[in-house]
Design a protein around this ligand. Structure first.
Ligand code: ASP
Length: 331
């Protein structure tokens, strides 16, 4: 039995302004991250697989409205929600993913079913929903994913006429308030008390196996049909027992172009870099070359954990067996 079992999670990265985050909002984020880490830790402590631990962690993050996945997902340019998710098993390299689903309550569970019950890896839109329905997964109306804070964020992004990473909404709201010589308040277009982010988890289980899972609503005001890095194996999610498990968050187009998650594993294989050095190179050197902003969480087969990001903040944390969860927001 591997005593280094560990789970790490993220809830998105971006321009998180300390000034616009109240103490109680901060406490809410730490509490949410802690609860999810504790749940993942329990799965691992009971001898559960890394795959089970990351599925459960991401399912809980999807149900939490603080984060941009499941309930609390961002709005598309059409005012709807389109969700993407992926999961990968480092033991077998099996993977499953879905994108552009509108009515599956927990996209990560659909991705998991694809991994376990399909010969395919990635389903999109109607086909993904038909597959999820055949698997007996729970469906909801698209409005289930609505939240007021996300709606205000979408209005702000529409004024700016561009897609926007979750947490950047807070700085835009602060800038708008500054222009009017006003303090950002909870009544600003982006409620400073509630900010959001794509979610993900990576884990090493007691049997020595790795897994990764990522789920998102994408970026605010994205065009209908746009797919980011999250559901693309190798870009937003990757796991291989031989190297590491990785889940990313950030400007998806750049993470796709850098094949970011796989690049961490590749640098460990081909350059014999440590997990930390490989992840650092991808996040701090390679992604910034094409203005790729965000971060990732990663774990290797020895239980090393790294959580690098090149933005001002990333909701993140990790928990080892028998240890208290550690959660952080800022640098
Ligand atoms: N990477 C996600 C996407 O581009 C967004 C995020 O991480 O917040 O869809």
């Amino acid at each position: 039995m591997n005593s280094n079992a560990v789970i790490a999670i993220h809830g998105g990265a971006g321009t998180i302004l300390r000034a616009s985050m109240s103490a109680s909002a901060e406490a809410d984020y730490h509490a949410a991250l802690n609860a999810v880490l504790s749940a993942g830790q329990r799965v691992l402590a009971d001898g559960g697989s890394a795959l089970d631990a990351v599925s459960e962690a991401v399912r809980l993050l999807e149900d939490c409205p603080l984060f941009n996945a499941g309930h609390g997902a961002v709005y598309t340019a059409a005012g709807t929600h389109e969700l993407d998710a992926a999961i990968m098993d480092g033991r077998t390299l099996d993977a499953g993913a879905i994108c552009c689903v509108k009515r599956v309550r927990n996209p990560i569970l659909a991705a998991r079913r694809v991994l376990e019950h399909s010969d395919h890896v990635l389903f999109t839109g109607d086909g993904a929903e038909a597959f999820a329905a055949a698997q007996g997964l729970e469906f909801v109306d698209n409005s289930y994913f609505d939240t007021d804070a996300r709606y205000r964020q979408w209005q702000l992004a529409r004024e700016q006429q561009r897609p926007m990473l979750d947490h950047d909404g807070a700085s835009l709201a602060a800038a708008a308030a500054a222009q009017r010589n006003a303090e950002p308040t909870p009544h600003e277009p982006i409620d400073p008390n509630r900010k959001f982010g794509t979610v993900g988890a990576v884990a090493l289980d007691r049997h020595g196996h790795l897994a990764a899972a990522t789920s998102t609503g994408g970026v605010t005001n994205k065009q209908v049909g746009r797919v980011g890095d999250t559901p693309l194996i190798g870009a937003g999610c990757y796991a291989d027992d031989a190297t590491c498990a990785v889940s990313t968050t950030g400007s998806g187009e750049m993470f796709i172009r850098m094949v970011a998650a796989y690049d961490v594993a590749a640098q460990m294989t081909y350059r014999q870099l440590s997990l930390e050095d490989a992840a650092h190179d991808v996040v701090m050197n390679r992604l910034p070359k094409i203005d790729g902003r965000g971060g990732l969480v990663a774990v290797d087969a020895q239980g090393n954990v790294t959580l690098p990001f090149n933005t001002e903040g990333m909701y993140r944390g990790f928990a080892r067996l028998g240890g208290a969860p550690v959660t952080s927001i800022y640098r």
